[in-house]
Design a protein around this ligand. Structure first.
Ligand SMILES: C[S@@+](CC[C@H](N)C(=O)[O-])C[C@H]1O[C@@H](n2cnc3c(N)ncnc32)[C@H](O)[C@@H]1O
Length: 279
């Protein structure tokens, strides 16, 4: 770590009943509000206490990039970057499932997340998807016990991926689910969220803009604790931090945990900027 990097706190010395059985965090913020685990969410989610989370915001591997097994097995950068761009980010696992196994796999972790949903608030989940995995995601969410509540559109703006002779690949989706009723109180949040994240600013091939994630995390005041079981470079955790929420992240690849930990330590030191949409 360079001298300029803020100190990263790891493995705090505490083992409360709620954390017993969990691995030591890879990163925990000094105030204990943001926790990142390095590991497979299939092993960590079952160890988290029932009813302990108010909001799921996650961006799982999409298993996109082609109709055939051989297409989907290509490196991530080849699948999701224009061919004239030099690979900037390392690969990650779990992006080559066919639609049947994707649905089953999503059903499993969405079910574990449903168990974590706090029954005392308007608990919800928000799952990123593109046009290919959207229907699988909607099916899996409902099969796992969430009430399907519609979609957000992430408008990546005209700056993103042109496709000659075809329509611009400009939008992705966020599948919304709730654990129960949503009281009609509080603010109204837009359902079209517009922001482009230039490649040069990304630390992960599939990184999502923090501004978009802040609008999701901050949409209701009773969402105190957010979880992202596919944390990548820590964008959801940073958004939750900036919105004054607690957050738990899980990430399989250590190199992305390292990026997330540094990012979170930096964000912790900065005063939160107002969201562009609130200026
Ligand atoms: C689409 S990326 C998330 C990117 C993130 N939204 C960001 O802005 O950086 C999905 C992440 O899930 C991680 N992953 C894949 N399978 C996993 C598993 N079983 N448990 C935990 N993380 C996993 C991958 O390593 C990858 O970093």
């Amino acid at each position: 770590m360079s001298m300029a990097e803020p100190a990263v706190s790891r493995s705090p010395d505490r083992d409360t009943p709620a954390t017993a059985g969990l691995p030591d965090p890879y990163y925990q913020s000094p105030d204990g509000r943001i926790t990142l685990y390095h590991g497979d969410c299939r092993e960590i989610l079952p160890r988290l206490p029932e009813g302990s989370v108010d909001l799921v915001v996650t961006d799982p591997p999409y298993s996109g990039g082609g109709a055939w097994g051989s297409d989907r097995n290509r490196p991530i950068a080849q699948k999701y970057q224009n061919s004239d761009v030099v690979q900037q980010h390392s690969d990650y696992q779990g992006d080559c499932r066919d639609q049947h196994s994707l649905r089953l796999w999503m059903f499993w972790w969405l079910g574990e997340l449903r168990r974590l949903a706090n029954p005392h608030v308007a608990s919800a989940c928000a799952v990123f998807a593109d046009w290919r995995n959207l229907t699988c995601g909607i099916d899996a969410l409902q099969m796992a016990g969430w009430v399907y509540r519609g979609l957000l559109v992430w408008d990546k703006t005209e700056a993103c991926r042109p496709q000659r002779g075809w329509f611009r690949s400009q939008i992705e989706f966020v599948i919304l689910g709730s654990a129960g009723c949503i009281p009609r109180d509080g603010r109204t949040t837009p359902s079209i969220l517009r922001e482009y994240l230039p490649g040069a600013k990304r630390e992960h091939q599939a990184q999502k803009p923090v501004g978009i994630l802040r609008q999701i995390c901050g949409a209701r005041d009773d969402w105190h604790t957010v979880i992202d079981p596919f944390a990548g470079s820590g964008s959801t955790l940073e958004a939750a931090l900036l919105e004054g929420r607690r957050a738990i992240g899980i990430e399989l690849e250590e190199r992305y945990c390292e990026i997330a930990a540094k990012r979170l330590a930096r964000a912790q030191q900065q005063p939160p900027l107002p969201l562009q949409s609130q200026i």
